[in-house]
Design a protein. Structure first.
Length: 187
């Protein structure tokens, strides 16, 4: 019995050695550092469960969040792309489309952030009116634009400041919690 067990163990050992020798089909796993994981998490679009009364507003909000996260990450190219996508989503809302196009055409973060503040002011009433389920947050940074302050919307309570990026990532506060009510007959 000992001989069979020993023989079987040797066969398994030899098989595993030859099996490990073939590197063509192996995938190299990249081990990420804690800092790389933290950076990826910060760059990831945070998405919570929210529903809208119409699909267009949902698409606008998704594009808005992508734009916000690009500004949080100080990614001017990403912000331009997200703003371009937002502008393409708009047909009737000319003022909002013009602001989104301005962000898309601007390559400097400071100009994009200033226009983002205008975009937030224009989209705010639409977001408030069209939210049917879930919660969004109107957030505020009192230090933006030389202490004049500026708002933005988020789908999570955690502050991720689009006006300062990693310089002051958590500068700000929740100014208003907006909850959608999904009740029959409620308007």
């Amino acid at each position: 019995m000992k001989t069979i067990h020993l023989t079987f163990s040797v066969i398994l050992l030899i098989g595993s050695l030859f099996g490990c020798g073939e590197t063509k089909n192996r995938q190299d796993a990249k081990v990420e550092s804690a800092e790389e994981i933290k950076d990826k998490k910060a760059a990831t679009l945070d998405v919570a469960d929210v529903s809208w009364k119409d699909g267009m507003t949902g698409k606008l909000f998704d594009n808005y969040l992508q734009l916000k996260m690009s500004l949080v990450n100080s990614d001017a190219e990403g912000a331009a792309t997200a703003a371009g996508n937002l502008a393409e989503s708009l047909d009737e809302r000319i003022e909002i489309k013009e602001i989104a196009t301005k962000i898309s055409d601007t390559k400097e973060l400071d100009g994009q952030r200033a226009a983002f503040s205008q975009l937030t002011a224009e989209l705010g009433p639409l977001f408030k009116k069209s939210l049917s389920e879930g919660t969004i947050y109107k957030q505020y940074c009192p230090m933006a634009f030389n202490n004049q302050g500026a708002y933005w919307f988020a789908d999570i309570k955690e502050i991720r400041n689009p006006y300062f990026g990693d310089k002051m990532l958590k500068c700000g506060q929740v100014d208003e919690t907006i909850s959608g009510i999904n009740q029959v007959g409620y308007e």
